[in-house]
Design a protein around this ligand. Structure first.
Ligand SMILES: [Mg+2]
Length: 400
């Protein structure tokens, strides 16, 4: 098996008015992701994905990574990863280039599985095709009753854990958690994401409240650069701290783990270096008695890549499934993800078992992969009118 060519396909979906959602970054009106498709001379195709600045990813793949990949054996995953990293290290230790390597790495794992006739979870030593999954949504609503309805809907749809977004105001955050906790009941889990908008004193107050509410984990109260506050907070509140969606590679997670900054690490194959790096991060975490729960907010390929690793490892906790009407999650696969009693089934198909829906790919493919139209894309913004504005956070008791 030899690599013939490598494609990076940038996808964009503009939300219809009724699907836009409000969060700390404003009103999200569109979504982006990048598919990596590795074609081989024998016709086998491997698929990965990248969630970063799509134009940069496209350039890195086309101008640099493709040159070391073409003609090589795709099952030599580790050797090819090292070659790609050596090429991009000068500018790419963290960020778009590193994520691009990860997209290729995931596609190579898909091909390695196909070559060996085994699913990736089995290649990684897993014994089951099941993987726990949680519903990720519950963005800001003007009435917390709407949050309660949304949360109940996820439980009715087969989820046993839900994640909600906080960091609007102290009064809103508390009312929102209470509403969702009541809606899902004590037998299901509530996860909260503070979107990096707390300071240490507020994070402690909220941590005590979240512990009372029995919250399953408390995600990113602080920005990723602020490891010291994570360290100060951890152990002073009785709720597990989680972070990692903004971290890259084993090297980055080593900093988090060595500092004892978090209880749960959140690598993401489409950001942190591919299946290879999620697996290494999972093993590092296990050595330190830490669990991992992968992040995902881009597409179903990334969810599957993450799920194969989570299901294969004893400290793999759960994967995240974006429930915000994202067609790259709901429609990109020929066989959509299905959650039954809080789990997805990965099946026994060789590799990642991905069959892309070609219609969705063509409908959403960016005509010019190097130009991203203006918009608020949840984690990225383009266009002067969409520059991030620091929305005020209202502390203390007060109006929700
Ligand atoms: Mg998050």
């Amino acid at each position: 098996m030899r690599i013939e060519h490598v494609e990076a396909i940038n996808l964009l979906h503009r939300y219809p008015e009724e699907h836009r959602f409000q969060y700390g970054g404003g009103i999200c009106d569109a979504r982006l992701t990048t598919l990596i498709v590795v074609h081989t001379e024998c016709g086998a195709v491997g698929v990965g994905s990248v969630y970063s600045y799509p134009a940069l990813v496209y350039l890195v793949v086309r101008e640099q990574l493709a040159s070391v990949l073409i003609g090589e054996d795709p099952t030599e995953v580790e050797a090819l990863w090292e070659k790609m990293y050596a090429l991009t290290r000068w500018y790419g230790r963290k960020g778009a280039a590193f994520s691009a390597i990860g997209g290729v790495d995931t596609a190579l794992w898909d091909l390695r599985g196909q070559a060996e006739g085994k699913p990736v979870w089995a290649l990684l030593g897993g014994e089951t095709d099941r993987c726990p999954a949680y519903a990720s949504g519950l963005l800001w609503k003007d009435d917390v009753k709407e949050l309660a309805d949304e949360a109940s809907g996820y439980i009715d749809a087969g989820f046993r854990r839900v994640k909600m977004r906080l960091a609007r105001s102290e009064a809103y955050d508390k009312a929102a958690v209470e509403a969702v906790r009541r809606a899902v009941g004590a037998e299901n889990d509530v996860i909260v994401d503070a979107s990096m908008r707390y300071h240490l004193d507020l994070a402690r107050r909220m941590g005590d409240f979240l512990a009372e509410q029995g919250v399953f984990w408390y995600e990113e109260p602080f920005a990723p650069e602020n490891i010291d506050d994570f360290v100060s907070l951890r152990g002073t509140v009785d709720v597990p701290l989680a972070a990692g969606e903004n971290e890259f590679g084993l090297q980055g997670f080593r900093e988090l783990v060595r500092a004892r900054a978090v209880d749960i690490v959140q690598p993401d194959a489409c950001r942190c270096g591919g299946i290879s790096e999620v697996w290494k991060v999972g093993r590092l975490a296990a050595e330190h008695g830490i669990r991992f729960a992968t992040h995902s907010w881009s597409d179903a390929v990334a969810i599957l890549a993450n799920a194969h690793v989570v299901s294969a490892m004893p400290n793999g906790l759960t994967v995240e499934i974006d429930r915000m009407n994202n067609p790259f999650v709901d429609e990109l696969l020929g066989r959509p993800l299905e959650v039954v009693d809080g789990e997805i089934a990965l099946g026994d198909a060789p590799g990642l078992g991905i069959e892309l829906n070609g219609e969705v790919v063509e409908k959403c493919r960016l005509a010019d992969p190097l130009h991203i139209p203006d918009g608020v894309y949840s984690d990225m913004m383009f266009g002067r009118e969409n520059l991030p504005r620091a929305l005020p956070y209202l502390e203390g008791e007060g109006k929700v």
